[in-house]
Design a binder for this molecule. Structure first.
Ligand code: SF4
Ligand code: SF4
Length: 477
């Protein structure tokens, strides 16, 4: 009997991960045994298999394969692809630097000059070819404002035609229409829309456009009406601090899937526009504690993340702290890359510059440093042997070499924190100052106590999903 791969499965092989597969909408590939990989390679609708073989029965049962129909063939996307580079599944791709807004805090820019760079259609097609060769499967599409790109919908068609996935579109919402959403659905794409809303009553000023807040609300409502997933991104700073609780509650009431609050960081552009409006780390963590606990009390179903501080998952009633990032296996943790976000996603700026993480764009642009340019030299060689590859695979053990982290009693929980924040204050393998403040100024204890109080006040139950055993005793004092 002839068998064929289930249409959601594609086989891939990379240097270091020779036997793997993607399930269509999963962000990461999973590895397979060499034996299963070989059997699956021959399930192409052409080769005869023994239906009584244990392996065929098992692989059918778990949904990898099924009997093939007459003349049925694998799609190009499903066919095994041998990639002569290290594993990389996702790209956060800024397709244009142009924007219809002029955000005061845009961290993509190194100063107040408007970004004008953009991928041409030819450059997009070339890069898609490279992505395919490298086994990159999933995209976070960003800008500038990505919907402003004249070939945006052509790009969506091309991604869909190649069997790839758009997981997330970051937009200010101004150009989002019912028609665009319907076209995406027709292409089989179901992206999350990440829409910015920087505080009720403050959004227009931050975005530099009158009516921007109304527009963002319209886009959020439109996505919800159309059954699209929505994440609302909120930038927090001293000037909009008083509206944060109301803003996240309003989004919870609307029923968005996720809310992400982010501290505006000391990017060159924001400092130029707003002086010292950045929250200190302490102010931000106080805000984070208040937002998470006030939101948890409401019972709304949105997932709330306060970037680099903590998250609350309402369905399970669980909260997590970003500064606690350990698996319980210390040796294994030391070999891990410093940031799984960086290791699993290649950031590409609108001028083609390749970055470990988009939040580092302003930093590296300001220093005039380049890891490589996707428009000029492609990306495959960067995933073979390059400074970029060394940077994204830099292990946690390297961060432990900096004197602050090596002397820190919380290292086994923290692992040095976020690399983008480390760059703001030190260098790539330096400590993330915000995590030092989290531990040394008692934010773990403060937030745990605040959640206990919130539980008493609301009659709900909350559980900490990232406990630090050393600090538990202090909680009971
Ligand atoms: S370095 Fe920080 S901002 Fe960048 S992906 Fe990692 S955790 Fe996120
Ligand atoms: S020194 Fe700071 S960044 Fe380093 S492990 Fe300790 S808390 Fe984390």
């Amino acid at each position: 009997m002839k068998y064929i791969l289930n249409e959601q499965i594609a086989l891939r092989s990379w240097r270091g991960v020779p036997c793997a597969y993607y399930i269509k909408n999963d962000r990461h590939a999973k590895s397979l045994s060499a034996e299963d990989f070989l059997i699956l390679m021959s399930c192409d609708g052409k080769n005869e298999q023994d239906p009584e073989s244990e392996s065929i029965k098992r692989l059918s049962q778990v949904g990898f394969i099924r009997p093939a129909a007459e003349c049925e063939e694998l799609s190009e996307w499903q066919k095994v692809r041998f990639c002569d580079n290290r594993y990389m599944p996702i790209s956060e791709w800024s397709i244009t630097g142009r924007c219809n807004y002029n955000c005061l805090h845009c961290f993509m820019a190194k100063d107040n000059e408007r970004l004008m760079s953009e991928f041409s259609w030819e450059e997009m097609l070339n890069l898609l070819d490279e992505y395919e060769k490298c086994g990159i499967q999933t995209f976070v599409i960003t800008g500038g404002e990505p919907l402003l790109h004249p070939r945006f919908m052509d790009l969506m068609r091309e991604i869909s035609r190649r069997g790839m996935v758009v997981d997330d579109i970051l937009t200010n919402g101004a150009l989002l229409t019912e028609d665009i959403i319907h076209k995406l659905k027709d292409l089989g794409l179901n992206p999350l829309f990440s829409i910015s809303l920087d505080g009720i009553g403050h959004h227009d000023w931050m975005r530099g456009v009158a009516g921007a807040e109304k527009t963002a609300m319209r886009a959020i409502d439109l996505c919800l009406k159309e059954g699209m997933r929505v994440r609302v991104q909120v930038c927090a700073h001293r000037l909009n601090l008083d509206t944060m609780v109301d803003t996240v509650k309003l989004m919870g009431e609307k029923g968005v899937d996720m809310i992400r609050v982010i501290r505006t960081s000391e990017s060159p552009r924001w400092k130029e526009n707003a002086g010292d409006a950045c929250l200190s780390i302490e102010e931000y963590f106080d805000l984070g504690t208040e937002l998470l606990t006030e939101f948890a009390k409401t019972g709304y179903h949105s997932e709330l993340t306060v970037w680099q501080f903590g998250e609350y998952h309402p369905h399970a009633g669980v909260y997590y702290f970003s500064a606690v990032d350990c698996s319980g296996d210390e040796e294994r943790d030391l070999r891990r890359p410093t940031c799984t976000g960086i290791r699993g996603s290649m950031a590409i700026a609108s001028d083609g510059e390749v970055l470990p993480c988009n939040r580092m764009a302003g930093y590296y642009a300001g220093k005039g440093y380049s890891f490589g340019n996707a428009k000029k030299g492609g990306i495959r060689h960067l995933l073979q042997d390059s400074d970029y590859l060394n940077t994204i695979t830099c292990p946690v053990s390297k961060v432990k070499e900096n004197p602050t982290c090596s002397a820190c009693k919380y290292f086994r929980y923290c692992h040095g924190g976020c690399r983008a924040i480390a760059l703001l204050f030190y260098d790539y393998t330096g400590p993330d100052l915000s995590k030092c403040i989290f531990y040394n100024k008692g934010y773990y204890q403060k937030a745990r106590r605040a959640f206990d109080l919130a539980a008493k006040g609301s009659g709900r139950e909350f559980r900490c999903g990232s406990p630090v055993p050393e600090l538990e005793e202090e909680l009971n004092k």
